[in-house]
Design a protein around this ligand. Sequence first.
Ligand SMILES: [Cu+2]
Length: 311
Amino acid sequence: MKLKLFILVVTISIFFNCKNEAKSEAESDPIVENTSKVIDIVTLSMEFQMPDTIPSGWNTFKYNNKANETHFFRFVKLPEGITVENFINEADPVFEEGMDLINAGKPEEGFAAFGKMPEWFSNAIPSGGSGLIAPKSSAISTLYLEPGLHSVECYVKMPNGKFHSTMGMVKEVYVSDAKSDTEPPKATNTIDIKEDGFHISGDLKKGEHIFQVNVINQKLHENFATSDVHLVRLEDIADINILEAWMVWYDPKGFITPVPNGVKFLGGYNDDNEGSTGYFQVDLKPGKYAFIAEVPNARDKGLLKEFEVKD
Ligand SMILES: [Cu+2]
C-alpha cells in the first residue's frame, strides 16, 4: 500500500510540475561560449565526463561509453534549493536500503523502505536522456532542456546489485538561461508514446536513421519510471522474455550487468514529460531489433515492439 501511495504522490507531483513549468526569459548567461557544438559525454568506467554548464533549449549530445559496462545518461531537473549532494545523501541511501532488502528476499520491507524518500524527491523532473548504450559504443541524442540545476545519472546495477548512481555515476550540471542555437535534426522516423504504447512510423530499412520520439501520453509505472524507449539489437541467442524481465530495476536480476545474452543496447530516449520531444540517431544494420521501455510488463503495455531490418 505504501508503494501505491508513493506512486500516487509522485504522479500528482509530476502532473503539477508539467503544468507549471514556466520557460525562463532571463538574460543570456555569458559562461557558455560556443552554443552550437555537439556536447561530448564520456564514461571511462563509472563517471560522467562532460561540461558543468551547458545552454538551455536544444542540445545534441554524443555519449561515448568507453566502459566495459552498459550505461545511459539521463537529465533530471532538480527542485528549487536541491543539489546533487541532496540526492547522494538523502535519496540514494533510500534506494540502496530498499534494494538491499529486496535482494535479501524481503520485497515488502524493501518497497516500504522506498516510502522513506525525502519529500523533495517527487518534485524532481525527468528531462530526457539517452537509452541504454552497450560497452565501447556511442550514441547521439538531441534533447530540449529547461534552465536550472540538473542531475545527470545512470542507475544500471553492478553485478553486486549496487546502483551505478551510488558508485559515482551522478553529476551536477547547470543548464543556463543562455539558449543554444542548435536546431533539432530532421527525423527519418517517429515514435509516438501513447496511452497504449509505441506508435512507430517511417521505413525501418538498413542505414542511418534519426528517430523523433514524441511523448504524447506519459504515465508513472510500478517501478517509478515513466514510459521511455530503448533500442536493442537481438542476436539469435537472445530471449525477448528474459530481456523484458531484465528491464525492471527492482527485480534482483533486473537492470544489472551483464545484460541478457545476445542483447546489445543502441541508445534511445529516456524518461521525459508528457508533451516533450527528443531525438536519437542510429545506423541500422540488417538483423533483429526491438524497441522496449524500462517498465514492468512492457509487452502488455504496448511498450515492446520487435522488428527486422532486411539486407
Ligand atoms: Cu551506468
